[in-house]
Design a binder for this molecule. Structure first.
Ligand SMILES: CC(=O)N[C@@H](CCC[C@H](N)C(=O)O)C(=O)O
Length: 375
């Protein structure tokens, strides 16, 4: 296996979108194949990989999960290892996540623990969601690969390397993607009364959607409605006959998600009447909240607090989404943030995680797995 630094940089160069991670899959398999194979069994599912490391006296199976996909963002870090896939970038740290998973795998192969370990390389975390179909496939076809407890981490640009943050209970939000297509009538810019202008309809709808959180959500609770992309029109002197809004909804519970969707549907009906157009809503994929198991998280935090290299923080829940929530829905476990000290946040074209995270967090996770896997 190559050095972890080389691996991170190689993976950073080749980001691929959800379920298109073909080169990433091949690269990961090449690294896994380079390890001693006697304790390993390797299974693939679509572009994902599940590696089982046989323990020395297994009483249970412990799981580690990494996501493997990139984002449709044009990188502008200027790094030597900048993405060579135009318009795509590992802007959410999945290159670091994969490298850490490989590092952990190498440690466990070289020095196995008592329990079995499965390392899950899961596709399509950003979209459309790989965790749910992968979990369902594992349940049906390979229940032997389902761990008894499962762990994952996410890079956190706002913390320095060595900081670990998490909390028992709800950590990440419920999410739903949101796509709204508006169809009116194209026309000459000089004759607006003969057209049905979808730029104006979409702009009005966008502003109305922004009133949902401020006017329909209890201020003591919280939610997010973000429209990240709005497209409309072809040229400056033609009235646009079509527009599209693309966004995401984030809530702390399932009831709030239903309330927000009802309000979105009301505003869309109003837009249809007011602008005499067709309005189609599509909710894309939705992710179940990340709810950490309380007992396992407290055990993990106690361990982190005692580690001399670690600054352990009890953090607040965040409106980020993670389809790892689907694993936690059925398997006890937890997710934690680990600092990478970058002035640019997740999903930013200049995100540049401090690679020192790798040499810090691999031995940290390994020692935690050694503790829980040798009990
Ligand atoms: C950690 C993180 O940034 N996750 C993504 C998950 C995206 C979910 C889905 N595609 C959506 O946009 O709703 C996030 O944006 O929080």
């Amino acid at each position: 296996m190559k050095s972890l630094l080389e691996i991170r940089r190689d993976l950073h160069r080749i980001p691929e979108l959800g379920f298109e991670e073909v080169k990433t899959n091949a690269y990961l398999l090449e690294q896994i194949d380079a390890l001693p194979q006697d304790r390993l069994s390797i299974t693939t599912w679509r572009t994902g990989i599940i590696v089982k490391v046989q323990g020395t006296q297994p009483k249970q199976t412990i799981g580690w999960r990494t996501d493997i996909d990139g984002l449709p963002i044009a990188e502008s870090t200027g790094l030597a290892c900048q993405s060579v896939h135009g318009g795509k970038m590992h802007a959410c740290g999945h290159d670091i996540h994969m490298t850490v998973a490989l590092g952990l795998l190498k440690c466990l192969v070289e020095n196995p623990i008592n329990d079995d370990v499965v390392i899950i390389f899961q596709p399509a975390e950003e979209s459309p969601g790989g965790a749910l179909p992968m979990r369902e496939w594992m349940k049906k076809e390979r229940p032997d690969l389902i761990p008894n407890q499962i762990y994952a981490f996410h890079i956190a640009p706002e913390y320095p390397v060595g900081t670990i943050a998490t909390r028992p209970g709800l950590l990440f939000a419920n999410t739903s993607e949101l796509f709204i297509d508006l169809v009116g009538k194209e026309g000459h810019a000089a004759f607006p009364h003969q057209a049905r202008d979808m730029s104006v309809a979409a702009a009005t709808l966008l502003l109305q959607l922004q009133t949902i959180v401020s006017r329909s959500v209890n201020p003591m609770e919280s939610a997010v409605v973000t429209i990240g992309k709005m497209t409309s029109g072809t040229v400056q002197n033609i009235i646009s006959g079509q527009a599209r809004l693309e966004g995401t909804i984030r809530t702390m519970n399932a009831e709030m998600m239903s309330t927000i969707k009802e309000k979105i549907e009301s505003f869309c009906k109003a837009t249809k009447i007011a602008f005499d157009c067709e309005v189609q809503i599509n909710y894309g994929s939705s992710y179940y909240q990340v709810k950490n198991d309380s007992a396992l998280t407290n055990e993990f935090l106690s361990f982190a607090e005692q580690d001399v290299n670690t600054n352990a923080i009890l953090c607040d829940a965040a409106m980020t989404g993670e389809d790892f929530g689907y694993f936690l829905q059925e398997i006890p476990g937890m997710l934690f943030w680990a600092g990478v000290d970058s002035p640019f946040g997740l999903h930013h074209a200049k995100l540049n995680p401090n690679e020192a995270i790798i040499d810090y967090v691999v031995p940290f996770i390994e020692s935690y797995f050694r503790k829980i896997g040798n009990e």
